[in-house]
Ligand binder design. Structure first.
Ligand code: NAD
Length: 356
């Protein structure tokens, strides 16, 4: 069956991977709804934007009437909701937009979806899906234990970002329980891969290393994250929206627990192999010589780790990349796609857009 999937946040890191996967590997039609915040970059979907199965709406999820117009025109069979403010450091510096987009925006989108869904014929109503995409950060910190997050782990978010995502998860579940809107929720671990905005750890380290700049590591770098290659996440999300059970939650993870310092050192080793330091920088010996420890982030969780056995058991999804294969692909991608990130660093990617 061909679905018409409305992807919110499709100009972002994960949303663009979902859209590239949907248009590249499935027959589904796709509408990308994105307000194009600083994190939105249509150049991340340039490879597929000429598809006759693709369209784009520049809309804020906070704008109910504009959402109604998109639902009316596109007539989606499913929504994949990824639009969000996503950077923890920004949420500490300025939580307001996180409350606005992640909580009020999700509420506004749920209501628009509900208005549209209520008017559908019974068969279309039953088939409709609202897939809310979230993070494992809602579960809080696993410091000092060997535990894994399961779908029933109690929520204990630490940052304004994770608290706002926790709230939106609850809203999505409540709209299913109270109104019968067919929602599903996924909670995923840290993603990495191509088209990742340079403020996030892995691209930041790659690009700073290439520029010979310090590689900042929070605290002593002992924070553990469970890393998942973004294209594995995109495949998991499409499995969930097309085959998952309404009302269910699925945890998605890469089985790749790594300390931040280990991640940074691995990137340095790959760069040492792929682009050895130029003669004028060789006093550092290795890119590792650029590692600089900086003051830790307030409220920084020490360890996240996902138990992804439910999605494997019920939907047969397993990641295709190990951390070793995925990080090599990622470093190579940044070496091969300098134009994409140079335009992000210079701000040129935002030129010519509405509201810029
Ligand atoms: P991102 O910051 O790269 O992209 C977010 C996108 O949402 C951007 O294109 C932005 O323009 C758009 N957007 C922001 N506010 C909007 C609004 N008000 N209306 C419409 N569009 C808006 O984020 P990402 O890393 O791709 O994350 C996508 C989703 O996945 C988020 O919900 C995030 O919480 C979740 N998630 C991320 C990770 C991760 O490691 N990055 C892990 C698990 C879950």
């Amino acid at each position: 069956m061909v679905n018409r999937i409305l992807v919110t946040g499709g100009a972002g890191f994960i949303g663009s991977a979902v859209i590239r996967h949907l248009l590249g590997d499935t027959p589904h039609e796709v509408a990308n709804l994105d307000k194009l915040s600083y994190a939105g970059n249509l150049e991340s979907v340039a490879l597929v934007e000429d598809s006759s199965r693709y369209r784009f709406y520049q809309v804020d999820i906070y704008n109910g009437p504009a959402l109604d117009a998109v639902f009316d025109e596109f007539q989606p069979t499913a929504v994949m909701h990824l639009a969000a403010e996503s950077h923890v450091d920004r949420s500490i510096d300025g939580p307001s937009v996180f409350i606005q987009t992640n909580i009020v925006g999700t509420y506004t989108l749920l209501e628009a979806a509900r208005r549209y869904w209520n008017a559908l014929v019974p068969e279309a109503k039953t088939a409709f899906r609202f897939h809310h995409i979230s993070t494992d950060e809602v579960y809080g910190d696993l410091e000092g234990t060997d535990d894994l997050f399961t779908e029933t782990t109690a929520y204990a978010p630490s940052s304004p970002y994770s608290a706002s995502k926790a709230c939106s998860d609850h809203l999505a579940r409540a709209w299913q329980r109270t109104y019968g809107l067919p929602t599903l929720v996924t909670n995923c671990s840290n993603n990495y891969g191509p088209y990742h905005f340079p403020e996030k750890l892995i691209p930041h380290v790659i690009l700073n290393a290439l520029a010979g700049k310090p590689l900042p590591v929070y605290g002593d770098g002992s924070q553990i994250r469970d890393w998942l290659y973004v294209e594995d996440h995109a495949r998991a999300l499409v499995e969930v929206v097309t085959r998952g059970q309404v009302g269910e939650t699925y945890n998605i993870g890469g089985h790749n627990e790594k300390r931040n310092l280990e991640v940074v050192e691995t990137i340095c080793e790959l760069l040492d192999e792929l682009v050895p330091m130029s003669v004028d920088r060789q006093q550092a010996g290795s890119y590792k010589g650029l590692i600089t420890f900086v003051k830790d982030r307030p409220g920084h969780d020490l360890r996240y780790a996902i138990d992804a056995s439910k999605i494997q058991r019920e939907l047969g999804w397993v990641p295709q990349e190990t951390f070793e294969s995925g990080i090599r692909k990622t470093v190579q991608w940044y070496l091969d796609n300098r134009e994409w990130w140079k335009r992000v660093l210079s701000g040129e990617y935002q030129l010519g857009r509405l509201g810029a």
